[in-house]
Write a protein that binds this ligand. Structure first.
Ligand SMILES: Cc1ncc(COP(=O)(O)O)c(C=O)c1O
Length: 400
């Protein structure tokens, strides 16, 4: 058989999916596994959104639509960007795709040339570096430390930029850390973006899930860099619609149209039925979205309180999204059952094998010796998961 492409051999498989898969296999063999790996809300999609999809099917709205998205959905997105984000787009500046992941992929293909560099702040969402590599560009990782609340500074961004830099991927609220940048911090980053002329891909998929009065601020609303920012969002997280595969972006017309060209040769339009559903979702009411965010806060408060009782563990309480990202450095290098637990992979494997708790190693997100635990699960599963996590940490604590 002929070999596979060099490109695909350089692409990592998603570790989130790999650990979810292992947990599922254990579950199928009859073991009661608590899984805190999932990046998707456990809630049902709100009923009025489901009804819109059923109606679309009943009306035979089941054919190709415009590649860029239906006029109704695009109008709803234009309105949403204006009212929620102070972003002012015309319809040709919007592209609807099969999930925010697809939006980011289309943009990368549209703007990157071989040898271009794209700056990514670590800890990062697992797919960013791989999507950059698929566009023949090079991910340049800038580390945001735990002590800096997982946020990079304008100086760090400036240092990472050179003449090859094409773009910076910005994600606030962040997966996996839950960090949310303030308006002031974003304005400082924007100064660097303005000076250097690079693009920003602002992934705002978690904007509706923020806590403690934290306000989401869209970097694209800063006038000076408006045309450089590609704002990406979607319905997966806010409306519990992960399976519907519906994301969108707003950008300078030239960029949006280039991304649309990529899409036109790969998938064509996003699913017609999902587009109808998303249109209704975006038009509101937002009661369900607010209720879900309230429930995430309740779970976050519980999980943070549980974790704060674990000796040696460092946690930066998340201000948004639905993940905890504790630093487990203290537990690395201990010997348990004759085996050295050298890093986060060993810890995640230990938790899965001994405690039947599935979590994702931080290395998958560019942060060694951290673990990612999702609280987008039921309170009951979260309680069970935290119980097992504490027990696992206690074992490590007592090891030498
Ligand atoms: C930061 C971030 N961006 C984008 C996505 C993808 O969202 P979608 O389901 O719209 O493709 C995810 C999903 O986990 C995510 O965490």
């Amino acid at each position: 058989m002929k070999t596979l492409s060099h490109k695909i051999q350089q692409i990592e498989e998603s570790q989130t999916l790999a650990f979810t898969q292992r947990a599922r296999q254990l579950q199928q063999s009859g073991i009661d596994v608590a899984s805190l790996t999932a990046g998707e809300p456990d809630f049902a999609t709100p009923p009025h959104i489901k009804m819109a999809a059923i109606q679309a099917i009943d009306e035979d709205f089941t054919h190709y639509t415009e590649n860029q998205g239906t006029a109704g959905l695009i109008a709803a997105i234009v309105k949403k960007f204006a009212s929620d984000n102070n972003l002012h787009f015309e319809p040709p500046q919007i592209l609807v795709s099969c999930g925010a992941k697809h939006s980011i992929y289309n943009v990368m293909q549209a703007i990157c040339n071989k040898g271009d560099e794209v700056v990514i702040a670590a800890p990062y969402w697992v797919s960013y570096p791989e999507i950059v590599k698929m566009a023949d560009a090079k991910p340049v990782i800038v580390e945001a430390s735990h002590d800096a609340q997982f946020k990079i500074t304008a100086q760090q961004l400036r240092r990472a930029i050179n003449e090859k830099t094409k773009a910076f991927i910005f994600n606030s609220p962040s997966n996996p850390t839950g960090a949310v940048y303030s308006q002031g911090e974003i304005e400082e980053l924007a100064d660097v973006v303005a000076e250097t002329g690079i693009y920003v891909i602002s992934d705002e998929i978690y904007e509706k899930i923020v806590y403690d009065g934290t306000k989401h601020f869209s970097i694209g609303s800063i006038k000076e860099i408006r045309d450089q920012v590609i704002t990406v969002n979607g319905v997966s997280k806010a409306f519990a619609m992960t399976g519907w595969r519906l994301g969108y972006l707003g950008a300078a017309e030239q960029v949006a149209q280039a991304a649309a060209k990529v899409q036109s040769q790969i998938t064509s339009n996003a699913t017609s039925i999902s587009q109808r559903a998303a249109e209704i979702g975006l038009k509101g009411p937002m009661k369900d979205v607010q209720e879900m965010a309230g429930e995430f806060k309740r779970r976050r408060d519980f999980a943070v309180a549980e974790m704060s009782s674990i000796h040696g563990l460092k946690l930066c309480a998340p201000k948004g999204a639905f993940y905890l990202f504790p630093c487990m450095e203290h537990f690395a290098g201990k010997r348990l059952n004759g085996k050295i637990i050298k890093d986060d992979f060993d810890m995640a494997n230990l938790l899965l094998d001994e405690e039947h708790l599935a979590v994702v190693p931080g290395s998958a997100f560019g942060a060694r010796n951290h673990l990612r635990l999702s609280y987008a699960c039921s309170m009951k599963d979260l309680q069970k998961g935290m119980e097992r996590f504490k027990r696992g940490c206690r074992k490590l604590q007592e090891a030498h």
